[in-house]
Design a protein around this ligand. Structure first.
Ligand SMILES: C[S@@+](CC[C@H](N)C(=O)[O-])C[C@H]1O[C@@H](n2cnc3c(N)ncnc32)[C@H](O)[C@@H]1O
Length: 350
């Protein structure tokens, strides 16, 4: 692999931090939370969610209770802000909620209370079963798709070298919130997890997300989550990230400039965006076989899109492959300048 930097290196500092909901909760909130949690089924629900995201139907299955009954408990926990939910198509996905300090308190209390719950062993066994089933479904999907992925991976620079460069470009952080757009199997979340307090990956593909959830189901990655969502429209997350990543995504999009504009709106002032994609190439068949909308992205094109999004290019590198005919991977790091207001959404800028 050869390495060509075309702009001076500017290491990211950790000056930009997303505003995280980590203030000390009010006494009223704590009392509400304690009252809501003080019931056996709800403690079981909290313990199950402390091990990862689950749907209402997963919970009903583990608890051996009807969905309406479980939903009533869920509502109480939602009202007390102990858990939060998001919709994924027809699914409602639940996780431990909102305020970071409250989550810490809840986790500590749950650890102490777990041995007192008679159903704990049963719940754990049922949860393992659900995870195992998910794992098998995800493996089936990947067995179908692996051929495509491996073909593409073999066409460019060795992944470990790309990942080393990504880690170096991102810098040590620490980042308060990483948002990975088009997260696929969640690899970028896993890679950058040690450098951030919270990491969210968005993707439209439910099969990819199912696989990502299995990959992220590790104690060291509890602060990482994936969500189903269209990356061209994420208004709820505006101004919340100090690092946004787009790894091998822009070349498949019909409106990459629009998504870069949206990525800029996700950033806090001073936040960074890290983009990894192919340099221009002429492998025409990738349009049909791998849904590539563009055969790579040029420096000029990227600079225009970043400018249009109000982002400032900090550095860029081309990782050329050892083998002739393989694809060059480009990495760009840009910043949302502190003084720049967020640009409003507008028609495509190409
Ligand atoms: C080539 S894959 C890259 C996945 C991952 N970033 C990686 O490098 O392993 C592109 C991903 O973008 C997702 N994607 C495409 N358009 C999207 C959209 N509008 N909103 C959310 N995800 C999208 C696809 O589902 C796919 O998982």
């Amino acid at each position: 692999m050869s390495l060509t930097a075309t702009t001076p290196a500017v290491p990211p500092s950790s000056s930009a931090h997303a505003q995280e909901s980590s203030q000390t909760p009010s006494l009223a909130d704590v009392l509400d939370a304690l009252r809501a949690a003080g019931e056996e089924t709800r403690l079981r629900v909290l313990l199950l969610l402390s091990e990862g995201e689950l749907t209402v139907s997963d919970l009903a299955r583990v608890l051996g209770q009807s969905q309406p009954r479980v939903s009533r408990h869920i509502k109480i926990l939602l009202d007390a802000k102990l858990i939060e939910r998001h919709r994924e198509g027809s699914w409602i996905v639940l996780r431990l909620g909102g305020n970071a300090s409250m989550i810490k308190v809840v986790r500590t209390a749950l650890e102490a209370l777990a041995p007192c719950l008679p159903e704990r062993q049963h719940d754990r066994a049922q949860l393992e079963l659900i995870k195992q089933e998910r794992h098998e479904r995800a493996q089936l999907f990947f067995a179908r798709e692996a051929a495509n992925w491996n073909t593409l991976r073999n066409l460019h620079v060795d992944e470990t070298q790309v990942e080393a460069a990504v880690t170096e470009f991102a810098g040590p952080g620490p980042f308060s919130q990483l948002i990975d757009l088009g997260t696929g199997t969640g690899r970028i979340l896993e890679l950058l997890a040690p450098h951030c307090s919270r990491a969210i990956g968005f993707d439209v593909n439910a099969d990819m997300l199912a696989y990502a959830r299995v990959q992220l189901d590790q104690p060291a990655l509890r602060h990482c989550q994936v969500r189903r969502g269209d990356i061209s429209r994420l208004p709820e997350f505006y101004g919340s990230a100090d690092l946004v990543t787009l790894h091998q995504v822009l070349h498949i999009l019909s409106d990459p400039a629009g998504v870069l504009g949206e990525a800029a709106r996700l950033l806090v002032p001073g936040g960074y965006i890290l983009i990894v994609d192919f340099a221009p190439h002429d492998l025409e068949y990738l349009r049909a076989e791998q849904s590539h909308a563009r055969l790579g992205l040029s420096q000029g094109q990227m600079k225009r899109w970043l400018d249009a999004a109000g982002l400032k290019l900090l550095k860029h590198v081309d990782l050329a492959p050892e083998q002739d005919g393989n694809l060059t991977v480009s990495i760009w790091l840009a910043e949302r300048p502190v003084a720049t207001p967020l640009r409003k959404r507008k028609a495509n800028t190409i």
